[in-house]
Design a protein around this ligand. Structure first.
Ligand SMILES: C[C@H](O)[C@H](O)[C@H]1CNC2=NC(N)=NC(=O)C2=N1
Length: 102
């Protein structure tokens, strides 16, 4: 199902409800860098986030080195940010909250 691209006002409101997410330089994505105690914790987070991504059929761009996971969320189909990006961001924060940070 194609999602509606959100306008500036909706994006601003959605960002206020999230912790640590920022707009990408090009404006089409939101980004966050997570840090965990270990690779095991980071990978556990990625595993849980992957299940959320499958549930929403909305997938992250991400980069992992050891305990760090850099995430970028955007909707390629819509060419910008949609509600799904913010749903996945909230689900990722929930998965991260359960795990030990560095
Ligand atoms: C066919 C399939 O539904 C699409 O390719 C979905 C899959 N996951 C996706 N994930 C993200 N982040 N953006 C998309 O546009 C997207 N499209």
């Amino acid at each position: 199902m194609k999602q509606e691209k959100l306008g500036e006002e909706a994006i601003g409101e959605a960002l206020v409800g999230l912790d640590g997410w920022t707009r990408s330089g090009d404006g089409v994505a939101i980004e966050k860098s997570y840090r965990f105690k270990s690779f095991r914790e980071a990978f556990g987070f990625m595993t849980e986030a992957a299940l959320a991504a499958e549930k929403f059929n909305h997938h992250p761009e991400w980069f992992n080195v050891y305990n760090r996971v850099d995430v970028r969320l955007t909707n390629h189909d819509a060419g910008g940010l949609t509600e799904l990006d913010f749903k996945l961001a909230a689900a990722m924060d929930k998965a991260a909250a359960l795990r030990t940070k560095s």
